[in-house]
Design a binder for this molecule. Structure first.
Ligand SMILES: Nc1nc2c(ncn2[C@@H]2O[C@H](COP(=O)(O)OP(=O)(O)OP(=O)(O)O)[C@@H](O)[C@H]2O)c(=O)[nH]1
Ligand SMILES: [Mg+2]
Length: 433
């Protein structure tokens, strides 16, 4: 279960102002009041759209403003009421006022609507203020301002497809080319610290949610590297795309990687290997990839019965080769996959208090395998049982905390340089001076 979260700003329309005006008739120097009322502003309304599955669209559009009502006019004319601004949200969205923490509502039914910011009423024109003592009032009301509020939207998402593979296999890059997600991509291992989520939309209207998971390494099922706490996400996905880097860089053998990752998956939970898996041969644009793929397939055929032989699909996220086939095959496979065993209850999220859990004893070393400075220590491990919602903010907070604890001093003494990646057992961040 992923928690998709986003903060947005909504502003309802102001009411139009009431008008001060008088009838003008021939031979009547000062007619009665004739200023009309202002029109109502537009409400901001959330409406469930069953076609939406994530809050991804809000990442690129965070400010919403409904139109203001028109001002009243003479001849008792009321100003135009503004249309409501209706914003589609996915089913299951929880809306909270981000300043007060008050839950405004849960949108759980198809087409359900919720007013999240109330429009301002129009002001009354001077026609309403005439009285026997003041038959020609020079007063009118201003329109009420529309409500403005900062909202926190939250959606729990079950990913359909999990991208697994060795660090730097190209998982985030693949996500970035098949969805609109913009994950961090870099040429060093453990770039991805927390899962990224994206939605794939096919031309034929089908769609599915893809989770790009932190890379796995040997021993992941026992807590090595970053992968352990994310392996449970793999348990929940219906289809696994197992990415294998075919470039052979760093002298890696693609088949060894493939076997090692599958071993970690099955050590974590033997059932995971029963999930349909497509082997995605990545970086096929690179020079030796074709040769490596050939060897890989030969080894695969030697190890598997013909009936169980996994499908291998060569792709390149750089040249976009094979992506259409991959997406279509994945959608087909999802349609055929039973999910009844995956509907598990939502886990409650654990909150950790970074302040009070200061690591005491730790060791620092350089790990060639993951090419980064590694800090380990039992207290830190406890510190790093993070939740799904661990976002950049908590990373930053953490990094600051670590500095306070003198870990950056210790790292510098150990020879770490500005820009080095620091891995803290199952977590890492980029070390900045
Ligand atoms: N030539 C080529 N390079 C690629 C391709 N896909 C990814 N890369 C490169 O491989 C490196 C690692 O890519 P990422 O997408 O960050 O890998 P990842 O699997 O998400 O890595 P982690 O998050 O560390 O587990 C980056 O330098 C990418 O530019 C590809 O199709 N062709
Ligand atoms: Mg990544």
């Amino acid at each position: 279960m992923f928690v998709d979260q986003v903060k947005i700003d909504v502003k309802a329309g102001n009411g139009g102002n009431g008008m001060v005006a008088f009838r003008r008739e021939k031979y009547v120097p000062n007619g009665g009041p004739a200023g009309g009322d202002g029109g109502r502003g537009g409400n901001v309304i959330f409406k469930v759209d069953s076609g939406m599955n994530t809050l991804m669209d809000f990442r690129y559009h965070r400010k919403f403003k409904a139109k203001n009502g028109g001002n009243g006019a003479n001849k008792k004319m009321t100003g135009r009421s503004a249309d409501d601004l209706v914003i589609p949200v996915p089913e299951g969205t929880t809306v909270t006022n981000s300043d007060t923490g008050e839950v405004i509502g849960d949108l759980v039914k198809p087409d359900q609507e919720l007013i999240v910011a109330k429009a301002g009423r129009g002001g009354r024109g001077n026609v309403h203020f005439a009285s026997p003592t003041n038959p020609a009032p020079e007063i009118a009301e201003n329109g009420e301002p529309g409500e403005e509020v900062m909202l926190q939207l939250e959606l729990k998402v079950l990913a359909d497809v999990g991208l697994v593979g060795f660090p730097s296999a190209g998982k985030s890059t693949l996500l970035s080319v098949i969805t609109s997600a913009k994950p961090k991509i870099a040429g060093y291992h453990f770039t991805t610290l927390v899962p990224n989520l994206g939605m794939v939309r096919l031309d034929d209207g089908r769609d599915f949610a893809v989770a790009d998971l932190p890379g796995l390494v040997e021993g992941a099922s026992k807590g090595v590297g970053l992968g352990f706490q994310f392996l449970r996400h793999v348990e929940r996905t219906r289809v696994i795309l197992h990415l294998v880097d075919m470039s052979g860089t760093e002298g890696r053998d693609p088949y060894d990687d493939f076997v090692a990752i599958n071993k970690e998956l099955s050590d974590y939970d033997p059932n995971i290997l029963k999930r349909p898996q497509i082997v995605v041969a990545t970086k096929m644009d690179l020079p030796d990839a074709a040769d490596h793929l050939k060897t890989f397939k030969t080894q695969l055929e030697a190890d598997y019965d013909t009936d169980d032989l996994p499908t291998v699909l060569p792709i390149s996220s750089v040249t976009h080769t094979g992506l259409t086939d991959l997406v279509r095959m994945t959608a087909d496979l999802l349609e055929k996959t039973d999910i009844s065993d995956l509907q598990q209850p939502v886990e409650t999220e654990k909150q950790y208090d970074y302040q009070s859990q200061a690591p005491t004893n730790f060791q620092i070393g350089y790990d060639k395998e993951i090419a980064s400075w590694v800090i380990s220590g039992d207290k830190i491990e406890r510190l790093f049982k993070m939740t799904d919602t661990a976002h950049d903010q908590s990373m930053l907070r953490f990094a600051r905390q670590m500095r306070g604890m003198g870990i950056d001093d210790a790292l510098r003494k150990a020879g770490a340089k500005d820009g080095d990646t620091v891995t803290i057992l199952d977590f890492s961040f980029t070390y900045v001076e």
